[in-house]
Design a protein around this ligand. Structure first.
Ligand SMILES: O=C(CO)[C@@H](O)[C@H](O)COP(=O)(O)O
Length: 233
């Protein structure tokens, strides 16, 4: 069973949450960017990619440990890594200060990974790539706190939202509602001014913001706008 995830359960449920993707921070000045945006962040999103499971190479445990010293806000680690290193990476990122770890449903070791995350007393999430049926998450719902759906190809930023993404978010919300488990649904990738209302209307409860957050001309106004997005489902 999943451990109690106090901080995650305590986040507001009546508004869209802003996850700030540190991949889109100024990577030469991460500390400056964290100081600049911290007051507006609900959760930091930390992409970890190994160049195999995902084409990118991103973040590593010592870097997360350095970020951990910069903020008290929650750190959500999204592991896009091969099965050969998945379990070791979970342990290392937990040790480095992750508050929530998400792994991919496409990993063969997803069950063992969720067990390990729970044994480290952390809430767990599962992420689905675009081509993976939403129903692949059904049996995992009792064991997770967050279900994230990629809206773009894995490991490439700056892409537009896939047209199937809003429908997949809606399907994920229906799956969670039918299950009766307490799992939030997140949208990751393709988060733009014109896609946020669509994703929220489809049921997204958190969005992973890259350039839309770090490049905002008025960050307070933009996050206020995100928090105020209506959901009528
Ligand atoms: O994982 C991703 C994109 O797939 C995000 O974490 C990136 O940070 C998004 O950056 P933008 O494309 O929104 O600028």
């Amino acid at each position: 069973m999943k451990p109690a995830s106090g901080w995650f359960d305590a986040l507001p449920k009546d508004r869209l949450l802003a996850e700030f993707s540190l991949w889109s921070a100024d990577l030469a000045r991460v500390a400056d960017d964290v100081a600049r945006v911290d007051a507006h962040v609900d959760i930091y999103h930390v992409d970890v990619a190994d160049g195999h499971f995902s084409p990118a190479l991103l973040y590593f445990p010592d870097l997360l440990a350095a970020v951990r010293k910069l903020t008290k806000k929650p750190l959500h680690v999204h592991l896009m890594v091969d099965d050969r290193i998945l379990l070791a990476q979970i342990e290392q990122f937990a040790e480095a200060g992750a508050d929530l770890i998400s792994i991919h449903a496409e990993n063969d070791n997803v069950g063992a990974g969720l067990d390990l995350i729970h044994s480290l007393d952390l809430p767990a999430g599962v992420v689905l790539q675009l081509g993976t049926p939403v129903e692949a998450a059904e049996d995992l719902l009792p064991r997770i706190s967050l279900l994230t759906l990629l809206g773009t190809r894995i490991g490439v930023k700056g892409q537009g939202l896939d047209p199937e993404a809003p429908g997949r978010i809606a399907a994920a919300r229906r799956l969670v509602a039918t299950s009766g488990f307490s799992v939030r649904v997140a949208a990751d990738g393709g988060i733009r001014e014109h896609t946020v209302p669509q994703l929220r209307a489809s049921g997204a409860e958190t969005i992973v913001m890259g350039s839309l957050a770090f490049g905002a001309p008025d960050l307070a106004a933009r996050i206020g706008w995100v928090h105020a997005q209506p959901y009528s489902g």
